[in-house]
Design a protein around this ligand. Structure first.
Ligand code: PRP
Length: 206
């Protein structure tokens, strides 16, 4: 089973509550998604391997560390809103977009955008998508990334359903799952309850 990390940070709980509210408009919603992504990225990168190296300060030489290059893979559309927050912490990272939408009847993911080059250009990546509902979209994206050759993958989302956590961790037990919360259940049309509604629609006003 995958390791599941549910943030306990007070600011994450505070911002998530505002994000859920039906009274939060598109502009504030986008700001909160960006801020939550930044906070979760800080937690999700807590165990990345460092390479030691030496720098010269104005006073002396000292030893320090270099972080590895981490690629980020937002799942279109809703994952886009998380990119900016992650880029504030990882400004030089590569961003690879994967486009999937969930068929409303079957709830199965349908791939519509993928411009990954034939050879992998990153060894480690963070998959970004606010909602882990049935887990179909995240599982399909990680299938694509593993076929591409990425060695180390983490999933980072905002709200997960227990069903999505189960499916993703059974399909990809090596992929840790970082989220702000795990909600109660999926309803009959595959929405997370209590959730926040449709993360793509709420960000982009559609
Ligand atoms: C939503 C969400 C995830 C997916 C989660 O996207 O952003 O990508 O559904 O569902 P799953 O875990 O059952 O696959 P949606 O298909 O609504 O597309 P959008 O991001 O373009 O709004």
């Amino acid at each position: 089973m995958s390791k599941l990390f549910v943030s306990q940070h007070p600011l994450v709980k505070h911002k998530l509550t505002m994000l859920r509210s039906i009274e939060t408009g598109h502009r504030d919603f986008r700001g909160l998604v960006r801020e939550l992504a930044l906070l979760l990225c800080y937690e999700a990168t807590q165990d990345i391997p460092l390479t030691p190296y030496t720098v010269q300060t104005p006073l002396a030489e000292t030893s320090g560390f270099k972080a590895p290059e981490i690629g980020i893979v937002p799942i279109l559309r809703a994952g886009l809103g998380m990119v900016e927050g992650v880029l504030e912490l990882l400004p030089n990272t590569q961003v690879w977009h994967i486009g999937l939408y969930r068929d409303e009847k079957t709830l199965r993911p349908v791939e519509y955008y993928n411009k990954l080059p034939s050879a992998p250009t990153i060894e480690m990546c963070l998959v970004l998508d606010p909602m882990l509902a049935t887990g179909g979209s995240a599982t399909a994206t990680i299938d694509i990334l593993k076929r591409w050759g990425v060695k180390r993958i983490k999933y980072m989302g905002l709200i997960a359903a227990p069903e999505g956590v189960k499916r993703l961790s059974e399909a990809h037990p090596d992929v840790p799952i970082h989220v702000a919360t795990v909600d109660s259940h999926l309803n009959e049309v595959g929405f997370i309850v209590p959730g926040l509604g449709d993360a793509g629609d709420r960000q982009f006003g559609t």
